[in-house]
Design a protein around this ligand. Structure first.
Ligand SMILES: CC(C)(COP(=O)(O)OP(=O)(O)OC[C@H]1O[C@@H](n2cnc3c(N)ncnc32)[C@H](O)[C@@H]1OP(=O)(O)O)[C@@H](O)C(=O)NCCC(=O)NCCS
Length: 187
């Protein structure tokens, strides 16, 4: 599936995205904040195959997209969400999804990610069973917090416990939004 915004195309991952995603996941920010992303070209096949296979299953749990500029089809980043847990809100059963988003550093500060995220939220909430979406970023990553705030997400009352990675304590902040609070963009 392909999603269109004013300036962007969001299209589902394809096999030939390996090198673009590898370039994204080995940007400086990824070593600082995103240790879980694959950092070796040899690990990219496992990552990509997982997403490509998951997209073909009837009980799909992961929805991941490459972000391209509409004008040039240039690759600029990725955004996606995945099943986290089940929830019941006001007697309705549904899913909570975890979101993540990454942009090549040379494209930061141009409003691309809020534009992509608004489209992703509206597409996700069109699926009846998705009731809540959350994302976590490092507490010293105000740019990422700003993206979530711009898209109407609010700081969760249920914040994650700090975790140790390679001996360093990592503190994250969590933002979330429910389907009934989301206001779709005008586009
Ligand atoms: C976070 C990220 C996606 C932002 O995307 P973007 O398209 O550059 O977002 P924007 O263009 O809206 O810029 C970010 C906003 O943060 C603001 N900002 C920047 N530095 C800031 C600071 N120190 N304090 C507060 N706000 C700040 C910018 O001013 C901008 O808001 P504005 O447009 O109102 O001025 C991008 O920086 C990125 O890929 N970071 C690394 C990956 C990441 O952290 N992902 C989140 C984890 S899931």
């Amino acid at each position: 599936m392909q999603l269109i915004t004013n300036r962007l195309i969001l299209r589902e991952y394809a096999k030939n995205d390996k090198h673009n995603l590898y370039a994204l996941f080995t940007e400086k920010f990824a070593f600082t904040y995103e240790a879980h992303l694959p950092k070796k070209i040899s690990d990219m096949d496992v990552y990509l195959n997982f997403h490509l296979e998951n997209a073909q299953t009837t009980n799909r749990t992961h929805y991941y997209y490459v972000i391209e500029l509409q004008e040039t089809h240039e690759f600029i980043g990725s955004i996606g969400y995945a099943f986290a847990n089940e929830i019941n809100i006001n007697g309705i059963d549904g899913w909570v999804m975890e979101l993540e988003y990454y942009l090549l550093e040379k494209y930061w500060g141009m409003g691309y990610m809020p534009e992509a995220l608004r489209k992703i939220l509206s597409t996700a909430f069109e699926k009846n069973n998705i009731l809540k979406i959350f994302a976590q970023c490092h507490k010293d990553n105000p740019k990422s917090e700003m993206v979530m705030i711009k898209c109407g997400m609010i700081k969760s009352t249920n914040q994650p416990e700090p975790k140790k990675y390679n001996g360093v304590v990592k503190e994250n902040v969590r933002y979330e939004i429910t389907a009934d609070c989301f206001i779709p963009p005008h586009q």
